[in-house]
Design a protein around this ligand. Structure first.
Ligand SMILES: [Zn+2]
Length: 187
């Protein structure tokens, strides 16, 4: 068993089952959730009655400069509430990996921060250098879908343009320079 206590390379809530090295020098970690049960999306009652397993392959933050790929063993549970319309549901891992996401929440946060600081294509080049590869288009999508919590009207704004595709499609980003955050986006 690989080290899973303090200093674990995987997000909190996951535990490592197996580690291996890929031919490309990447770290491959087979992981599973620590939780024994999961809340039904229909009735919110927790269930630990396992129906089946399946695998997801999200990427995670780099570890000691190496790209980390995870094979995440996820379970489907049966809901035991007679009146509930949901019979079987896939366990959810909020704060770890969003449903159908190809990357962990913490990797998405880091990549989004790179995109906000550097933009699409420059951000993509920086992210590759930092062992968390992502395309420029994906970075722009992540910036665009980022939530803007507790909006406060900015008094000092910066407006910048970038090319979604060089020479073809341009977008405009509006930043709150006092609070150093994105407050608007148009394309
Ligand atoms: Zn239920």
């Amino acid at each position: 068993m690989f080290q899973t206590s303090a200093g674990s390379p995987v997000p909190e809530g996951l535990t490592i089952v197996r580690r291996s090295d890929t031919a490309q020098g990447e770290l491959h970690l087979t992981v599973k959730p620590v939780q024994r049960s999961s809340a039904c999306p229909g009735c919110a009652r927790r269930s630990s009655r396992i129906h089946s397993h399946y695998e997801r392959r999200p990427r995670d933050l780099p570890w000691h400069g190496r790209i980390v790929r995870m094979t995440l063993r996820v379970r489907r549970f049966r809901c035991g509430t007679p009146a509930c319309k949901v019979r079987i549901f896939a366990e959810r891992l909020p704060g770890v990996v969003a449903s159908r996401a190809q990357r962990s929440v913490r990797l998405a946060d880091s990549q989004r921060a790179i995109g906000l600081a550097a933009g699409g294509e420059p951000g993509s080049r920086l992210a590759h250098r930092l062992a968390m590869p992502v395309s420029g288009d994906s970075l722009l999508r992540m910036i665009r879908s980022a939530p803007v919590p507790d909006f406060i009207a900015p008094t000092i704004v910066g407006i910048d343009d970038w090319a979604w595709r060089r020479g073809q499609r341009y977008g405009t980003i509006i930043c709150d320079l006092e609070r150093n955050r994105v407050c608007g986006f148009a394309s």
